[in-house]
Design a protein around this ligand. Structure first.
Ligand SMILES: Nc1nc2c(ncn2[C@@H]2O[C@H](COP(=O)(O)OP(=O)(O)OP(=O)(O)O)[C@@H](O)[C@H]2O)c(=O)[nH]1
Ligand SMILES: [Mg+2]
Length: 297
């Protein structure tokens, strides 16, 4: 076999630009939680793409936002910054036609770290009707940051992600693969299950509430008919319980069913989930608790 190439690629960017969507599209699986709300991702998610002689290891990171107060947010930020120094390629995801102060913060952090190889994905181009409007933005990004790769795309289109991977292959240095060829992710099933449940809580709860929840997995058991997951949803206020449950428990049922469907698609086998609500007041402010609940750095 000819020489192997391997690149570890950090997806960075401000919250909600589509990093997790892009990771999922690149590896062709719903690994990372995606939602309309900013700061969905709390912890690094790793997705592996292997083709020919090259392996791309994508590391999804929490969106970086300036001036956040809450402990959890500070931890998220630290995780994202740490990811920058451990990779071969920094893939900075931006939103076409939208510039926010947090984009500046990300740019400064990238420049401080001076990554060996910078690639920029200009995402959500499907939202830009007049594609000619992209040209000045692409030109400006090229001038300002001189990336090794500048790629306009929609992370919602699998063919765009496939083309992006083909471009990233050209930047991958020679080196041994990190994982066996058929690896989708090195992360544990428990982690993926918790992320899928959290994703569904994000989809069905509003305002601050989803940010004040955490999910841990109590057990995962192979049973003849299905893989059975028992999970605890941690609340930090008693008043949140009826909202999470919904009328007649209907909301939590929807969360459970959608998580089951997502995990069944991911693992290609029937999955059943049981969700339990538990109260642990103040967890979102308590760094020690956050570590035990999985958002560790
Ligand atoms: N129209 C459009 N929407 C997109 C695209 N990519 C992502 N989205 C949407 O943008 C929202 C945010 O996507 P995420 O993938 O969760 O974003 P993220 O950057 O991982 O966000 P954080 O984890 O909060 O930092 C979701 O509603 C996605 O469906 C795209 O190419 N086009
Ligand atoms: Mg994300």
């Amino acid at each position: 076999m000819s020489e192997q190439h391997c690149a570890r690629i950090a997806l960075v960017g401000r919250p909600n630009v589509g990093k997790s969507t892009l990771l999922n599209a690149c590896v062709g699986a719903g690994l990372a939680a995606v939602s309309q709300k900013a700061q969905t991702t709390r912890q690094q998610v790793i997705g592996v793409w292997t083709e020919g002689t090259t392996q791309l290891v994508f590391v999804d990171t929490p969106g970086q936002a300036p001036g956040e107060q809450q402990t959890l947010n500070r931890l998220l930020d630290r995780n994202a910054v740490a990811a920058l120094s451990e990779v071969d390629i920094v893939l900075w995801v931006r939103e076409a036609g939208v510039e926010r102060p947090a984009d500046r913060t990300v740019a400064e952090r990238i420049q401080q770290r001076q990554p060996g190889c910078l690639a920029i994905a200009l995402n959500k181009v499907d939202r830009v009707r007049d594609k000619a409007k992209l040209m000045p933005e692409l030109h400006r990004l090229q001038q300002d940051y001189k990336p090794a790769l500048l790629y306009p795309l929609s992370g919602r289109r699998p063919q765009d992600a496939a083309r992006l991977c083909a471009e990233l292959v050209k930047l991958a240095p020679a080196g041994d693969w990190h994982y066996p060829e058929d690896t989708l992710t090195p992360q544990r099933g428990e982690f993926l299950a918790a992320e899928k449940i959290r994703e569904q809580l994000f989809a069905r709860l509003h305002q601050e509430l989803p940010y004040r929840l955490a999910v841990t997995i109590d057990s995962m058991d192979e049973e003849p008919a299905a893989l059975v997951v028992h999970a605890t949803v941690w609340l930090d206020r008693a008043s949140h319980k009826p909202i999470v449950l919904g009328r007649g428990g209907g909301n939590l049922k929807q969360v459970r069913e959608a998580a089951e469907a997502g995990l069944t698609a991911l693992w290609q086998r029937p999955v059943r989930c049981h969700l339990w609500l538990k109260l642990r007041e103040g967890w979102a402010e308590d760094q020690a608790v956050i570590r035990t609940l999985g958002a560790s750095d």
